[in-house]
Design a protein around this ligand. Structure first.
Ligand code: IPE
Ligand code: IPE
Ligand code: MG
Length: 245
């Protein structure tokens, strides 16, 4: 390892600058209280607010959160529409605070099939927060890792077919430029709430060497202290990327 890579490796140990979160357990949180699932999603938004406020002070520069997966359309129509309404509500009510806190919004996933009102709310929020430099809050909406890879492959294939890209020039780096996360570093740390130990189709390509941290805490109960705990665990990890110890 040369000294530059060594330096990068030691910085990696110090702070997780890109944190991905699977915000799971809203439904169970609500069920335990005898509440409708929507109440769990509403409480989940409060947890997201807490985490967004805390993240920049903990050295996090990019927060990518799984808000709605390509598989979540399988839920009852009433839950899907409640989630879409909550998204619009969150975007409209939170934008001023995001701007004040220097948070820029981004999205991953195919948002073109979201309801028109959701897309408009997204466009408004993206435009208003574009100048934020403290934190990038990346919302994964209608996101699925497999769908993202297929979309990337199609874009790449059409570039090759059109003669704009040479097949020999296709590398991992080139391929990654067609993913929704183009230009972003891979997540350092992936947090999952609610105890499930699976990726559920989140960031399949990007999390190849991401450190995983699972907590039994349900997402609506998650707060700054849990994020701190996750980051502390991260600092004890040794990232090897397949290299020697
Ligand atoms: C995560 O909570 C939120 C979304 C998937 C949108 P869930 O709704 O999956 O909650 P559980 O897993 O049923 O408890
Ligand atoms: C993953 O949670 C998706 C989001 C948190 C948005 P799910 O609740 O949909 O995942 P599974 O069904 O438990 O794998
Ligand atoms: Mg779930």
């Amino acid at each position: 390892m040369d000294s530059v890579t060594n330096e990068a490796a030691s910085r990696d140990r110090d702070s997780a600058s890109h944190v991905a979160i699977i915000m799971d357990g809203n439904g169970r949180w609500a069920a335990r209280r005898g509440l409708p699932r929507e109440a769990g999603h509403r409480a989940g938004i409060e947890a997201l607010r807490r985490v967004v406020r805390a993240a920049p002070n903990l050295g996090v520069r990019i927060l990518t959160v799984y808000a709605f997966s390509t598989e979540n359309w399988r839920r009852p129509a009433s839950e899907v529409s409640a989630l879409m309404s909550l998204l619009v509500e969150f975007l409209d009510s939170e934008t001023p605070e995001l701007v004040a806190e220097g948070v820029a919004l981004g999205t991953i996933g195919d948002v073109t099939v979201l309801p028109e009102v959701s897309q408009q709310a997204l466009q408004r929020a993206l435009a208003k927060t574009a100048g934020g430099h403290r934190l990038l809050l990346n919302l994964a909406l209608n996101y699925g890792g497999r769908a993202e890879i297929v979309r990337a492959a199609k874009k790449l294939a059409s570039g090759v077919a059109a003669g704009a890209i040479r097949l020999e020039a296709v590398t991992e780096e080139r391929f990654a430029q067609f993913l929704d996360t183009a230009g972003l570093p891979d997540p350092d740390l992936l947090v999952r709430a609610s105890g499930e130990e699976r990726l559920s189709n989140f960031l399949l390509w990007q999390s190849a060497y991401t450190e995983l941290w699972v907590t039994n805490t349900l997402w609506p109960d998650f707060g700054a202290d849990h994020l701190e705990e996750a980051l502390a665990a991260y600092r004890t990890r040794e990232r090897r990327y397949g290299s020697h110890a």
